[in-house]
Design a protein around this ligand. Structure first.
Ligand SMILES: [Zn+2]
Length: 325
């Protein structure tokens, strides 16, 4: 389900399964954590189209969208005092701005719904039942985001900030799981500083979500081979989604992580993306932009031993299978 309606999996082309276009994470990054410039976003997405990109999955959830729209009049058009939008989902301004960019640039965009992680989660999550939170996620997937005619296509990103899952995060993750059961939508998760992806997986599986409908995100930031192998054996998708270039040792590490999984027989579990989310990631600011993966990183995996078909699988049929019901 894209901002422009339903598209068959095979027609999605090359897919970036974990990105952000308009996002407000200024709680953690005061200087760089706001992406809300439509002109810049249009340039960045046009570069993705030129690089052969077909579809971008935009995982900015409710609490990350306050102010994350190019029209400043949309900034405070809904957020409650807590910073949590009244509809418990993305602001309509954020959704409309992203949908307009998809139309302008020709890139297909799939929108996520649900709730991110601490310290962004609002107290509303404790005051409302898990089923109420799940019902809002289902509404976004089935009816559309309130105030728009655009439907969500995936649940997430949802996850844990630290080395444990907090109570509030657990409620959000359980709601995501229940929304999956009602809709079949894939759940995509966040665990970036500690190897907590397996704990998130435990909760989703306890709710009844099959592991192959779960994408465990940010595997690229946790350099523990056994963590990766354990997740692969459990049957979840492993997403290496902070592939943003940089120094040779860092880039080599990602190649090594991915090739280790390929050699262990798990090529068909691996996903790749950039997770563009702060200003320094944008190509106009000297960052990776949305095209680095296709233009620069895939050739490195080719040199490490993957053939053309395997490289294409990583960015085409793997993510198509991961995000489509
Ligand atoms: Zn992200």
């Amino acid at each position: 389900m894209t901002t422009g309606g339903a598209v068959a999996a095979a027609d999605l082309g090359r897919v970036l399964p974990h990105e952000h276009v308009f996002i407000n994470e200024m709680i953690e990054d005061r200087a760089g954590g706001l992406l809300n410039d439509a002109g810049v976003a249009e340039l960045e997405l046009a570069a993705l189209v030129r690089a052969g990109g077909g579809t971008l999955v935009e995982l900015t959830t409710a609490e990350l969208t306050a102010g994350a729209a190019p029209d400043p009049r949309g900034l405070y058009g809904g957020p409650a005092a807590s910073g949590f939008p009244e509809d418990h989902t993305r602001s309509a301004a954020n959704v409309a701005a992203i949908a307009a960019l998809a139309d302008q640039t020709g890139i297909r965009i799939v929108l996520g719904t649900g709730h991110y992680r601490d310290p962004y989660l609002a107290a509303d999550l404790d005051r409302r039942s898990i089923d109420e939170t799940a019902a809002d996620i289902v509404r976004d997937l089935v009816e559309g985001f309130p105030g728009t005619d655009v439907r969500a296509g995936i649940i997430g990103e949802v996850g844990a900030d630290k080395w444990f899952v907090s109570d509030r995060e657990e409620r959000s993750i359980r709601a995501a799981g229940r929304a999956h059961l009602a809709t079949g939508a894939t759940v995509t998760t966040h665990a970036s500083k500690w190897p907590v992806g397996g704990d998130v997986l435990d909760i989703l599986q306890a709710e009844g979500v099959p592991p192959y409908r779960i994408i465990t995100g940010h595997c690229s930031t946790i350099d523990i081979p056994e963590y990766h192998l354990d997740l692969a054996r459990r049957g979840t998708w492993l997403q290496f989604d902070t592939i943003r270039g940089g120094s040779a040792p860092i880039v080599d590490r990602w190649v090594r992580q991915i090739m280790a999984l390929v050699r262990a027989g798990y090529l068909d579990r691996v996903l790749l993306s950039h997770d563009v989310c702060v200003k320094s990631h944008l190509a106009v600011n000297g960052g990776c932009g949305y095209a680095y993966l296709f233009e620069q990183f895939l050739p490195l995996l080719g040199r490490a031993g993957l053939d053309e078909g395997e490289l294409e699988q990583l960015v085409t049929s793997n993510p198509q299978r991961a995000i489509c019901n």
